[in-house]
Design a binder for this molecule. Structure first.
Ligand code: NAP
Length: 286
């Protein structure tokens, strides 16, 4: 990579960001297409987001990604929000148009593209979301828009699941959304679902962190874990042992990155190269 006086700049605003994979993924894509662009980490402490984003207006950045803990707060610093960001009230990608900051959320596209790639049809699917945080919101919107027939949500804090249900109903008019108990009885709804998505950081190593009867999984079902630190989390391991098909969050991560790349550059990203560097970088941790 050569950085010179005309290099275009993008980056990642978050805190902490030591473990992010985004700079590797995006810089590999720029290298592969021989684009004179560079993606840099921008460590922004909680409480400094406003001035940091204001600075972007005047620095020569084309845009940024936004990650924990700033996705929600970024909304109020945008000049305009595109539809998904407005519905989800969370921004993970900022595009600069002139001096204006435009907020997008590419996680919805990330999940939709992932399911398309894996042949998981969303039309008429019956799905359970475990969790109701930022990632779950994006997945829920993708499911509702994709034509899911039923969406069940189970979250430790039931109030958050209720908020997600209202948000989804208001945005899409979807009426078949239920809130289930986050316990052994509530999660038995798995038996009636085609697709079960773990949107919590739980059950990476210890499947029992989620109060599921794993015997409720079986042939014909899909288990998805948004975590991407392992090819097979304990949650996926247990579900797949019972015959379910499984996928981790790797593709969703790559597809949301690809969507940001398109927004900034207007070009089609080299997904295979992005995946290669992702796998290479994460290999040691798996
Ligand atoms: P978040 O907004 O902080 O939400 C976390 C969710 O997990 C909430 O529903 C929370 O429940 C639940 N939770 C956390 N600790 C828990 C515990 N000890 N017991 C029960 N529930 C617990 O985080 P997020 O951004 O949605 O991320 C969730 C997961 O998705 C993470 O593993 C993250 O790495 C992954 N992710 C993947 C992608 C991708 O592209 N593959 C994108 C985004 C996120 P409460 O509401 O009760 O707190």
């Amino acid at each position: 990579m050569r950085i010179d006086g005309v290099s275009r700049l993008v980056g990642l605003v978050g805190y902490p960001i030591e473990h992010t994979l985004s700079p590797m993924i995006h810089n590999a894509a720029f290298d592969s297409l021989r684009l004179n662009w560079v993606y840099v980490p921008l460590r922004v402490h909680p409480g400094s987001l406003g001035p940091a984003l204001e600075g972007l207006r005047w620095l020569d950045f084309s845009g940024v990604n936004v990650t924990i803990p700033h996705k929600v707060e970024t909304v109020r610093f945008m000049d305009d929000l595109r539809e998904e960001a407005r519905i989800l009230e969370a921004v993970n990608t900022v595009v600069k148009e002139g001096r204006d900051l435009i907020g997008y959320n590419t996680d919805v596209r990330g999940f939709t593209d992932f399911t398309f790639k894996r042949g998981i049809g969303l039309a008429s699917v019956s799905a359970l979301l475990i969790g109701a945080g930022g990632a779950a919101r994006a997945v829920a919107l993708a499911l509702a828009r994709g034509g899911a027939s039923k969406i069940a949500i189970a979250n430790r804090t039931p109030g958050r699941a209720e908020v997600l249900r209202s948000m989804l109903k208001g945005a899409t008019g979807h009426s078949e959304i239920s809130v289930e108990e986050f316990d052994e009885s509530g999660l038995r709804v798995i038996r009636e679902c085609d697709l079960v998505i773990n949107c919590t950081p739980l059950a990476v190593e210890d499947a029992e962190e989620i109060p599921i009867h794993y015997d409720d999984f079986g042939d014909g079902q899909w288990a998805v874990d948004l975590n991407y630190s392992r090819r097979r989390t304990a949650f996926l391991e247990e579900a797949c042992k019972r015959g379910a098909s499984g996928a981790n969050g790797e593709d969703m991560l790559l597809f949301q990155a690809a969507a940001s790349f398109r927004l900034w550059t207007g070009m089609e990203p080299p997904l295979d190269d992005m995946r290669e560097v992702f796998i290479e970088t994460i290999k040691g941790d798996r």
